[in-house]
Design a protein around this ligand. Structure first.
Ligand SMILES: *[C@@H]1O[C@H](CO)[C@@H](O)[C@H](O)[C@H]1NC(C)=O
Ligand SMILES: CC(=O)N[C@H]1CO[C@H](CO)[C@@H](O)[C@@H]1O
Length: 419
């Protein structure tokens, strides 16, 4: 756990959605330093299933050592936010930090999401964040401390997999992230504007309600977000425009033991939305599992897999080329392979003793052949006639046709040589 430093003593934080969960955890962490907390949230009366109101949160803030100002605010209402901002400034003399946490969620498809829900999500997440920022900004610009805006929103990941099942929610949440993108530049040198998002699901009352029984042990506690937010809020104004992940932030602070944040240490954790794996192969696999179409396959970027079926076909090709073949061909070939072993390969029968392998040819190819990688292997193994492949549309040829015909001769010669 990250130690408190006392550095937020006397600093005023305006936190939306602070009556429960992550927002409240951030409030309590700052309160332990002796910060002033404006709890701007909708809940004045306890929800039967979701305990906690702005008043119970205020009591907890005071008990932790902070000063609290609970304000009933619907962040869709300009007047109500304006009043809360004024009250905060009257009470604490200014506002130094804005945490935009308030958020609505409906993980439903386009046809299943009533416009009322769409408006709610866009109204709270996107518009509410923009509006609260707009009204708090003039006070941040006057802050005597290092002013910050911290939005609880994800990195702007345009992988369609994160849109497909819930386009409206993703658009609304990304609206918060776009506020970071824009305002970080707009207020560069004056205000630090960043986004923070959890790596894993976080246990909150709302999560228990959404996820049902058993989801809790796959979560980390809201403390990890509170500690990460605290670390970010102590950074200088130059630390801006970042899309941060909670455990990355804490690792950079020297935290090594993340079990302390787990609801059930050792239990596998549920990854949060919007975060992709770092390996391109893993990413393509995950996308396909989720029914999304990868815009590219990693093999077409880095086709150098040295053990695949295409590589072994090229081993055979390399073994059959020599100066004589080059002299009689004088052509540069490019193969754009699709399907399972997609990638770009070249066959240089133009210079020296010839060469072949993965990647783009060094010069402009005389002929480009596009086909499925499996058909390519079959063709070079003599199991699919190039002419037939071409006629049936399995093989597309662009460029010099005579070169393509020469290649057919080379192939039949290769296969005879093998026998
Ligand atoms: C989208 O929904 C499908 C079907 O319910 C599910 O299998 C998949 O995991 C979901 N993907 C994401 C990214 O939520
Ligand atoms: C009360 C509230 O809206 N809390 C939100 C704080 O931020 C997290 C992360 O976006 C949301 O899951 C909570 O709903």
């Amino acid at each position: 756990m990250l130690q408190n430093t006392g550095k937020l003593a006397g600093v005023t934080l305006f936190i939306t959605g602070a009556s429960r969960g992550i927002g409240k955890a951030i409030a309590l962490k700052a309160a332990r330093d002796g910060a002033n907390i404006v709890i701007a949230a909708k809940t004045a009366e306890a929800h039967p299933k979701l305990p906690g109101t702005i008043y119970t949160a205020a009591e907890e803030v005071e008990a932790a050592g902070g000063k609290a100002l609970p304000c009933v605010v619907d962040i869709r209402d300009e007047q109500q936010i304006g009043n809360a901002v004024k009250k905060a400034v009257d009470t604490f003399g200014g506002i130094d930090i804005l945490v935009n946490n308030a958020s609505a969620i409906s993980l439903t498809g386009t046809l299943e999401t009533p416009m009322k829900k769409v408006d709610l999500m866009l109204g709270i997440n996107l518009r509410g964040t923009y509006l609260t920022s707009k009204l708090v900004l003039p006070h941040l610009l006057k802050s005597r401390f290092t002013p910050h805006i911290l939005n609880l929103s994800p990195p702007l990941n345009l992988n369609p997999m994160w849109f497909k099942n819930h386009t409206a929610y993703t658009m609304a949440k990304y609206g918060m992230s776009m506020c970071v993108l824009g305002m970080a530049e707009e207020f560069k040198g004056q205000i630090a504007v960043n986004a923070l998002w959890p790596r894993t699901a976080i246990q909150t009352a709302a999560m228990d309600m959404l996820g049902g029984e058993g989801v809790g042990k796959q979560c980390r506690t809201a403390d990890i977000m509170a500690d990460a937010a605290y670390a970010v809020l102590l950074k200088p104004a130059a630390f801006t425009g970042h899309f941060l992940i909670d455990d990355d932030v804490l690792r950079a602070e020297g935290i090594k033991d993340f079990d302390k944040y787990a609801v059930q240490p050792g239990h596998p954790l549920l990854p949060d939305f919007f975060l992709d794996e770092t390996s391109p192969e893993g990413l393509v696999q995950t996308m396909e599992e989720h029914g999304a179409t990868p815009a590219f396959k990693p093999a077409s970027q880095a086709p150098a897999s040295s053990s695949g079926p295409i590589e072994s076909t090229f081993d055979v090709i390399r073994a059959s080329i020599n100066e004589d073949v080059v002299k009689s061909t004088k052509g540069l070939y490019r193969f754009d392979l699709t399907g399972e072993n997609s990638g770009v390969w070249f066959l240089d029968l133009k210079s020296g003793a010839g060469s072949a392998g993965a990647g783009e040819p060094t010069d402009k190819a005389d002929v480009v052949m596009t086909m499925d990688s499996a058909d390519f292997s079959k063709m070079f193994a003599g199991k699919l006639k190039p002419t037939l492949a071409f006629m049936s549309g399995k093989l597309r040829i662009k460029g010099d046709m005579t070169m393509a015909i020469k290649l057919e001769k080379l192939m039949s010669w290769m296969n005879k040589a093998k026998l």
